[in-house]
Ligand binder design. Structure first.
Ligand code: HXC
Length: 508
């Protein structure tokens, strides 16, 4: 008996050794944790239960039959984050560079299937050289099996990808189909083909960092949502983030005890809007003063700053927040901000997370570049996303709501449930001066100024919209949190269904 137990201990120790001391030391020397160390930080202490520790690859080409490492380069299983179940896989770069073999893929698929069966998030820690080159098409088949599951799980369980090393080739497409991607600065990269291939094909000389580093993907490409300083910060951010998300599309949003009074009054919000309509202010201030304890988890903070997206809580329950940011491009909607917010709205809708929208938008960004790059199609994404969303939707217009952008930003006409405006709101087809210059073309400067003042007096307020029932109530800025909390209580049992369809055809 004791011999068989000792044998089990020996097998476990062999699996835990991964690619061996030398490669583990090399991983540490790069400032990276190993696959198992990462799971220790990510999951509640002692909660990890591993599967498939003894799985081995089945490749016999290129001398691979003599290079067997139990576990085959990925650690898989389940654990908890603040007591809530999650399924995880963590690629082990010390074993064949974390590359994906057929069996490695089968292990990932097993935890994804389990997550789908029981309704729990999947967190993938990616650190991989892509398809295991020695296995050829078998590893491509393995990737496709993972991709297929990513797609079927989309909208059913939240999927979070942590990119914690090089991710090349197939290793980037699975994360690309998950809901959110966090990257580590200076040690993680995502590219379809690396700098050497780029040089050969296009003659461009580029570093790994510039081609596919965390800063590139969180600012330029928007492939990733957050760039964190190191492994530990990334894993801790993932813990915080998972706390906001429901376990599945069948589970309610998580609830966290809070001591923040639901009816907390914020007098400072009464002076948030500057006297001049052209002066910006920081929309983050309104968000932080609205949510419980000022705790706001921003998604894609470094990309398309003219719109803010992220999660907060009201009365302990998660909400998604979308807000125009007057400090960037005056809060205009452009291609990038429309795409960013549309994807966020669709995530919230898929997982029944109520959406609170703060509006201060002077319109869509004009320009040849925007038009030629398809602002019509991309702007329509956000319109489409809000219009199809059936979750509770509460909208607060703080200042400008002009033109098509008024319609887009969760207006009453797109089934906004509660549409509030501050007394400072201006809801109109366009700004006063622009409107007058079109209607009264040919007037002299004095005439324009007079008509502009007339237009402002008539339209630069929320009451025309309120008189038509498009705004449910004009609220005091200081009571915004209280009104949102009451609204969310009211909408808790909201039931609204779109007509049956196989799926919609959002303008991709
Ligand atoms: C097998 C691999 C591997 C791979 C790395 N290794 N990538 N083994 N298959 N894809 C092994 C190395 O042989 C080495 O083994 C160890 O992992 C560490 O690799 P290094 O190159 O020493 O590390 P580093 O210098 O940090 O470079 C990491 C890397 C580089 C950037 C990931 O290894 C690399 O470019 N790998 C190939 C990437 C690639 O082209 N993948 C295939 C993509 S095709 P030892 O024994 O020395 O420790 C693909 C198609 C899928 O994925 C398409 C689906 C849509």
């Amino acid at each position: 008996m004791s011999a068989t137990i000792a044998e089990l201990d020996r097998k476990r120790a062999a699996a835990k050794a991964g690619g061996g001391e030398k490669r583990v030391a090399a991983q540490h020397a790069k400032g990276k944790l190993t696959a198992r160390e990462r799971l220790d930080v990510l999951l509640d202490h002692g909660s990890f239960e591993e599967y498939d520790m003894y799985v081995e690859h089945n490749c016999t080409d290129f001398g691979m039959q003599d290079q067997i490492v139990p576990g085959d380069g990925v650690v898989t299983g389940s654990g908890t984050i603040n007591g809530r179940l999650v399924f995880v896989f963590s690629q082990d770069f010390t074993v064949f560079g974390g590359s994906l073999s057929e069996r490695h893929a089968t292990k990932i698929c097993k935890v994804m299937d389990m997550a789908m069966k029981v309704g729990a998030p999947v967190i993938g820690i990616n650190d991989s050289g892509g398809a295991r080159i020695q296995e050829g098409v078998a590893s491509l088949a393995g990737y496709a099996e993972v991709f297929q599951r990513n797609v079927l799980a989309s909208g059913v369980v939240p999927q979070l990808s942590l990119i914690m090393g090089p991710c090349a080739g197939g290793a980037v497409y699975s994360p690309a189909m998950t809901d959110f991607i966090f990257m580590v600065k200076d040690s993680s990269y995502m590219f379809v083909t690396g700098p050497d291939v780029v040089k050969t094909v296009t003659n461009e000389v580029v570093t790994q960092e510039a081609l596919g580093g965390a800063i590139t993907h969180t600012t330029k490409s928007s492939v990733a949502d957050l760039a964190l300083e190191d492994d530990i910060e990334t894993l801790l951010a993932a813990r915080d983030f998972i706390d906001f998300l429901p376990s599945s599309n069948q589970s309610p949003v998580p609830e966290r005890p809070t001591s923040d009074a639901w009816d907390r009054i914020e007098d400072s919000l009464d002076t948030l809007i500057p006297a001049s309509a052209n002066q910006p202010y920081d929309m983050h201030e309104l968000i932080r003063k609205t949510v419980d304890e000022g705790d706001f988890f921003e998604v894609q903070p470094a990309h398309a700053g003219n719109i803010i997206t992220g999660f907060g809580r009201i009365e302990g329950k998660t909400i998604g927040i979308v807000a125009n940011q007057p400090m960037v491009l005056a809060g205009c909607l452009d291609i990038n901000s429309s795409k960013k917010a549309a994807r966020f709205v669709r995530f919230c809708d898929a997982f029944e997370i109520p959406i609170v929208t703060f509006v201060d938008v002077p319109g869509f960004l004009p320009g040849v570049g925007q038009e030629h790059s398809g602002i019509i199609k991309h702007g329509a994404k956000l319109l489409f996303a809000y219009a199809e969303a059936t979750v509770p939707k509460i909208t607060v217009i703080t200042r400008k709501a002009y033109g098509g952008a008024y319609d887009v930003m969760s207006s009453k006409h797109l089934r906004g449930d509660l549409n509030y405006a501050w007394p400072t709101a201006e809801i109109a087809v366009m700004g006063a001066k622009g409107a007058v210059e079109i209607i009264f073309r040919g007037l002299n400067a004095d005439g324009i100024a007079e008509k502009t003042a007339e237009y402002e007096a008539r339209f630069a307020n929320p009451f025309v919209a309120a008189s038509k029932g498009f705004i449910d109530e004009v609220i005091q800025p200081h009571s915004t949190r209280r009104r949102i909390a009451l609204g969310l209580r009211k909408l808790r049992n909201k039931s609204l269904e779109n007509p049956w369809k196989k799926h919609d055809n959002i303008p991709l």
